[in-house]
Design a protein around this ligand. Structure first.
Ligand code: ADP
Length: 371
């Protein structure tokens, strides 16, 4: 099945119908109305753009018609649909799925279309690091999954234009983003405790086009993107930012207007540099409340004897945390399985559920939720 391209999804349609055109294109039609009148109608399809525009015009013409008239119109227009299609609606598809050829089933159903209402006490946590390669994306994903595992409703989003991490680390290849009545609908990952994900990477046609992504336009794009995603009633939104103090974290923080929080990620060797303190100042300047610091790649756990070797000087995270009076949320050792999990697209804390590192993530998340 090709990827669905959005026209518009509908929440709680009275009728939804799936049909295949002679060329194999799939359409799904949503209708709202009484028996006698079609009040609202919309559709999604994987057909070509040219066809979609024509279908869109046609679909629009169904509005206000009776169901019978609508069915007649549909029949006339699409030979493969027949009169009984509306009455068969219930037997036809009751929900549709976007099947992803990857590690996860990522789905969107009509149940995932929200009303646009936002949970009042939702917490948005930006994961920040002074420089790349310290494991910020890995930490973002594993925190999100651990929170979801603990029963919280969680959303995970990345705003890295140049190297979006979620599609890669969760092995979700290019998907077409669907828009519902109240915004972009995030993907739901049933095998990861129903966690919702959205990536700026899903939105970009060409992520390597430097012209589009300069300065103000980029900021605007990020702000709008974050604002447009319809997360529903999630408790936590984890935002994976690119490293440093550039446009993306800036736009994210601005969009949150002082209501965001920050978790800082560093490594023992980065501690001695000014990168982390820059992130701390950055967070303070933008009124992000700092939840704490995570020291990643802190020591190496031998896969054979399980002893921890401190390859770098130990205790750096602790010192830094106390210098800046911020909590140290935890120290995560280097574990080769973390790299493996990232490569195959299954989050470590899910794949290696009962492991010392998963316990550390659990402690970190307890500290986050108790804050
Ligand atoms: P960043 O987002 O800071 O650029 P990533 O999360 O992409 O960093 O991590 C960089 C690499 O390090 C990835 O290959 C990841 O799997 C690996 N990695 C991260 N944390 C650990 C860890 N604690 N142990 C082993 N490998 C890790």
């Amino acid at each position: 099945m090709g990827a669905y391209r959005a026209y518009r999804m509908m929440k709680d349609p009275d009728v939804r119908v799936k049909a295949t055109d002679t060329d194999g294109s799939v359409y799904e039609l949503f209708l709202k109305g009484s028996k006698d009148r079609i009040d609202e109608v919309s559709f999604i399809s994987d057909a070509d753009d040219a066809v979609l525009t024509a279908v869109d015009t046609f679909i629009d013409s169904l509005k206000g018609k009776t169901v019978r008239e609508g069915a007649a119109l549909v029949k006339e227009q699409w030979g493969t649909l027949n009169d009984t299609v509306f009455s068969l609606a219930d037997e036809l598809i009751t929900r549709y799925r976007v099947m992803i050829d990857g590690a996860h089933e990522a789905r969107i159903t009509n149940d995932d279309v929200n009303t646009g209402e936002k949970k009042e006490d939702r917490r948005t946590i930006l994961v920040l690091s002074g420089k790349g390669g310290v494991g910020k994306s890995t930490v973002s994903i594993n925190i999100a999954v651990t929170l979801a595992k603990k029963g919280y409703k969680v959303g995970l989003v990345d705003v890295d234009i140049h190297g979006p991490s979620i599609p890669v680390m969760l092995n979700i290849p290019k998907v077409d983003v669907l828009k519902g009545e109240s915004g972009i609908i995030p993907l739901v990952l049933p095998d990861l405790y129903g966690m919702k994900v959205m990536s700026l990477g899903f939105m970009l046609e060409k992520s390597d086009d430097p012209v589009i992504w300069r300065g103000p336009l980029k900021n605007q794009m990020i702000e709008q993107f974050l604002n447009d995603v319809d997360w529903g009633d999630i408790d936590y939104l984890i935002v994976d930012n690119p490293p440093g103090t550039g446009d993306e974290p800036l736009s994210t923080a601005q969009q949150l207007a002082g209501k965001g929080e920050a978790v800082l990620v560093t490594t023992p060797q980065a501690v001695s540099t000014s990168d982390v303190s820059r992130s701390i100042n950055f967070a303070k300047n933008l009124n992000l409340s700092i939840v704490g610091l995570i020291e990643n790649m802190s020591g190496f756990v031998c896969p054979h004897c399980h002893a921890t070797t401190h390859i770098f000087r130990s205790g750096g995270g602790e010192r830094l945390a106390s210098t800046y009076s911020i909590p140290l949320l935890g120290s995560i050792p280097i574990d080769p399985n973390i790299g493996v999990a990232g490569d195959i697209g299954i989050p470590y804390v899910h794949r290696f559920d009962a492991s010392p590192v998963s316990d550390i993530y659990s402690d970190i998340c307890d500290k986050i939720t108790q804050k």
